[in-house]
Design a protein around this ligand. Structure first.
Ligand code: SF4
Ligand code: SF4
Ligand code: SF4
Length: 253
């Protein structure tokens, strides 16, 4: 039989896998284990722009921060943060700087959304897509963007069925231009409030769906058929209740 080279030959001789690893392999495996730094998602989220645009490939800034922390995302996936954002992420995480990955888009000047109210049909689709609740309106009435709350995420633009939402350059007076950190903090709070509200609404819907349908509720409260075991049980319970009432009255001075 032809004896294989290297490790297989070694295993064939010893009969035990890795029982006697060559010195060079032992040194390599022991010295090459670099412990993954423990990263704090909140600290990473704190340096993200909070646009909540999902361009990074995650549902928002915090999920992206969590993905960086657990090693499943790179630090160069956030176009709104741009180069400065990648440097900030590198500083917070200790991970190596890398240029923005173009697969996630390019860093662009900041914008805000504006609705052409003469065209709006009040379908509410834009409200449902806005991650920071920056649009006000109701069904069948015109909608408006609250410009100071708009992060320019663009998520409302494509779904509008009449194409009446435009993006304009963010004015220099916008909070994101005058105080970036404060604007990011506000956007984070608004986004979390929205998620909490959507969570409550989903729970409420589930509770309603789990409630017995009206027909079952009627069946529970409907009188039992005379002579049925159910009817006898109710009759006995009613008789016992009447007897208790009579006894209580008799005991009363
Ligand atoms: S700003 Fe957009 S791309 Fe950047 S982390 Fe937040 S959701 Fe992701
Ligand atoms: S109004 Fe549109 S662009 Fe502005 S935050 Fe909401 S979804 Fe994004
Ligand atoms: S999606 Fe367009 S048409 Fe519908 S409410 Fe929003 S702005 Fe109006």
């Amino acid at each position: 039989m032809k004896v294989p080279r290297g490790g297989c030959c070694h295993r064939a001789r010893t009969g035990r896998r890795d029982a006697k690893k060559p010195q060079s392999i032992r040194m390599l495996t022991e010295s090459s284990i670099v412990p993954m730094p423990i990263l704090d998602p909140a600290a990473i989220d704190a340096v993200l722009p909070q646009t909540q645009c999902t361009q990074c490939g995650y549902a928002g800034c915090l999920p992206y921060a969590e993905a960086i922390a657990n090693g499943s995302a790179d630090i160069n996936q956030c176009p709104p943060g741009g180069d400065a954002g990648i440097h900030a992420l590198a500083a917070v995480t200790g991970l190596r700087y890398a240029r923005l990955n173009p697969a996630h888009g390019a860093h662009q000047p900041y914008v805000v959304a504006v609705i052409d109210e003469t065209q709006c049909i009040g379908c509410t689709i834009c409200i449902q897509n806005c991650p920071v609740d920056a649009i006000v309106g109701a069904a069948k009435v015109m909608h408006t963007v609250i410009a100071v709350e708009c992060t320019g995420c663009e998520l409302c633009v494509a779904p509008c069925p009449v194409d009446c939402i435009a993006l304009i350059t963010m004015p220099p007076t916008h909070p994101a231009m005058t105080n970036k950190d404060s604007a990011a903090s506000t956007a984070r709070t608004r986004h979390r409030a929205r998620l909490a509200r959507l969570g409550r609404q989903a729970e409420e819907r589930m509770r309603k769906n789990c409630a017995p349908p009206p027909s079952e509720m009627r069946a529970e409260t409907a009188p039992a058929a005379i002579g049925s075991p159910e009817h006898k049980r109710h009759s006995i319970a009613a008789a016992q209740a009447r007897a208790r009432t009579r006894r209580d009255r008799a005991d009363t001075p």
